[in-house]
Write a protein that binds this ligand. Sequence first.
Ligand code: GDP
Length: 296
Amino acid sequence: MFESLSERLGGVFDRLKGRGALVEADVRTAMREVRIALLEADVALPVAREFVDKVTEQAVGQQVLRSITPGQQVVKIVHDALVEMLGPDTAELNLGVTPPAVIMLVGLQGSGKTTTTAKLAKLISKTQGKKVMMASLDVNRPAAQEQLAVLGTQTEVATLPIVQGQQPVEIAQRALSSAKLQGFDVIMLDTAGRLHVDQALMDEMKAVADIAKPQEILLVVDSLTGQDAVNVASSFGSQVPLTGVVLTRMDGDARGGAALSMRSVTGKPIKFAGMGEKLDQIEPFHPKRVAGRILG
Ligand code: GDP
């Protein structure tokens, strides 16, 4: 197990007892420990650096509170700054448009896009009573469209019938017109993923976004993504106007540092967390819980 930040900082601030304010040299020593804790939690290095610089500025000169030790005080400052950066608390989907609202999911292959598409479709149809249709635009992976159809059956959510040979833009157009005809409130578009970010994928994704004009473009990211998070977030974010992030596999061992990286690079809210393979295992993202988990 990792050592918690409070444990790490235990010794660092002992000698500070009795002083009135946090002095820069001590804060810098403590922040080295904070940086290590962030990196161990999978926060990308540039993001960890930027965060530490910001928090150092905030902490230096703060009066030491009587009720807690200086070490605890630094942990609190770091924790509060993390929560603020990870927020907002209630990130909702923007579905209040003339139907059909379009939600597009993008991300690397294996990030959990297809599963998340089905989970969100189920959530929206069950909790909001909306009529939802899912469509897979993944024509590269042979069984991708069938996989979504199977998930559609399991979740009792409609899927767009498969027409072999159609390209992603054509499928998106077909999804839009059939949703309009059949009175669907929401269309969920599951796009193709690649193992690495590549330009052909990006061009295809942009073309679909131009046609479908989604209200939501959600970047789906595996919470175990480490140093690659900055690259993933900035590549997708520079190509399409992301509206939020979904972090998957938060049920696993990941400490959740990818959340901070995503938030910092995209500037967009993390809206949901995937909590397992089952189709009801998705929940709103809780900044406080994740801040605690990052700090250990
Ligand atoms: P895609 O290639 O991005 O569409 O990824 P998939 O949706 O096919 O997911 C890849 C694997 O990750 C599948 O085995 C899913 O069951 C699993 N998966 C997706 N989300 C989660 C999650 O939140 N927790 C866990 N434990 N597994 C997940």
